[in-house]
Design a binder for this molecule. Structure first.
Ligand code: LLP
Length: 432
């Protein structure tokens, strides 16, 4: 049960640890999973998921709050259900995610619909089935939601996403809170847009939304943005709007590198939130993704071989950029550790996958224990934006996902057969 799980989980950051020289996911040997499932695959730890959810829940204790997990980070229904059982809501950004959340048993009144563009079908479906709120990103979207809702005799609860023009100091591809980014409406237009919204027949204003970026390692940008949000709340209330809910987005970062200074903890984030926004008597909504699931997942892969080049040794794995795109896309660092604990000798490798492009490189000049063919390795902190961003590039099947709970494990998404992949193509009759 959840309580005993919590007690058990208080001590460690995550639940991937060595025991007698073997990597374990909670009480399950990773090598054992590999033998049963085949590599590569993702493994998630229930205890880590629970712990991370609880850290946020505790951090906001004393404030009315809802933790809407940003399911784009990892959307397997087993993960959603694990979090849903603890009371989590979901932040969704597509009709697909919305359906997945409902299918995992998340009540629609805990589902927030975010995203910079929503289709007619997505808005209609969400209104039909119920929604906590739409986070609206433009005037035209506001008008569309109002007109769809009116035609259905419904009122759509909305928050407008404000772009606070704050530098999140993160990788440029995942910074979203600067004026030049495509997200939200500028702060300077907020009063005008809220006033428009208040006159629209299908709209009910419930709050304000923002999200300034992902993998933030400092509280200062959050604080700046939230101060602007606090000011705006008062201004909009003076204008007569019903601002009862503040959606603070996600974005709190996680430690990827051992020797890096650790980003602030949820408890520190929570303290800051209380200080900056606590006096407003609003319900606080947060949308964490990475911090919940990032360190709750690893990617396990086998060594296909070692190739010695000029001045370089290539460690060739059976996982590739299509399975974990983060290093290729954001130059992201992931710790790569052997499943069987090895000490010396060490070697320096370029760690690569088998895909036919140079970008299929996980790490350059990485010092690791010397490895050889068939050894297993794990990429740590691969739970967020791992499986969900994978593709079948090079006709490589999407890899399985496994979930561990204490001493049990279960496949939560199976590896498709080659037939399943190939039969999706349709040969036009003129080619028959
Ligand atoms: N809310 C909104 C509106 C978002 O756009 C995002 C992430 C989140 C919440 C969750 O942010 P988190 O707590 O996970 O930082 N693929 C990239 C990250 C993209 C983040 C997109 N938006 C990566 O692998 O680093």
């Amino acid at each position: 049960d959840v309580l005993s799980l919590l007690r058990r989980t208080n001590k460690q950051m995550d639940h991937f640890n060595y025991r007698n020289g073997q990597l374990y996911a909670e009480d399950v040997s990773v090598a054992e999973i590999a033998a049963s499932v085949g590599t590569p695959f993702y493994v998630y730890s229930t205890a880590t998921l629970v712990r991370h959810f609880q850290l946020f829940d505790d951090a906001l204790d004393g404030m009315d709050h809802c933790i809407c997990y940003a399911m784009k980070a990892a959307s397997n229904q087993a993960i959603l259900k694990t979090l849903g059982n603890l009371g989590a809501g979901m932040d969704v950004v597509s009709g697909g995610e919305y359906r997945r959340a409902l299918s995992a048993g998340i009540p629609p009144e805990k589902v927030v619909f975010s995203g910079v563009g929503k289709t007619f079908e997505e808005i209609t479906f969400a209104l039909q089935n119920g929604i906590r709120q739409f986070n609206v990103e433009s005037d035209s979207e506001l008008e569309q939601i109002s007109s769809i809702a009116s035609s259905m005799n419904k009122i759509a609860p909305i928050a407008i996403r404000i772009n606070p023009d704050v530098d999140a100091q993160t990788h440029e591809k995942i910074a979203t809170g600067k004026a030049e980014n495509k997200f939200g409406i500028p702060l300077s237009r907020a009063r005008e847009v809220y006033s428009k919204a208040s006159q629209m027949p299908g709209i009910s204003i419930v709050g304000i939304d923002l999200h300034i970026g992902s993998q933030l390692t400092d509280l200062e940008p959050f604080k700046k943005a939230y101060q602007k949000l606090a000011d705006l709340t008062q201004v909009l209330r003076q204008d007569g709007h019903n601002i009862k809910r503040l959606d603070l987005g996600g974005g709190l970062g996680i430690p990827y590198e051992k020797n890096q200074s650790a980003p602030p903890l949820p408890v520190e984030y929570g303290k800051m939130v209380k200080k900056v926004l606590g006096h407003l008597d609003c319900e606080i909504e947060i949308e964490p993704g990475r911090l919940i699931v990032g360190n709750a997942g690893i990617l396990v892969s086998s060594v296909l071989g070692v190739k010695n080049g000029d001045n370089r040794n290539f460690l060739i794995l059976d996982a590739a950029m299509n399975d974990l795109i983060r290093p290729a896309m954001y130059d992201a660092y992931h710790d790569i550790i052997p499943i069987k604990q090895l000490s010396l000798p060490e070697a320096v490798y370029d760690v690569v996958g088998p895909v036919c492009e140079t970008g299929d490189t996980f790490a350059k000049k990485r010092t690791m224990p010397e490895l050889s063919k068939n050894d297993l390795v794990a990429f740590r902190s691969a739970g967020a934006y791992g499986a969900v961003m994978s593709s079948e590039y090079n006709t490589r099947p999407l890899i399985p996902e496994v979930m561990v709970n204490t001493n049990k494990f279960s496949i939560i998404r199976k590896r498709p057969s080659y037939e399943e992949i190939i039969e999706r193509d349709i040969i036009p009759d003129w080619l028959e």
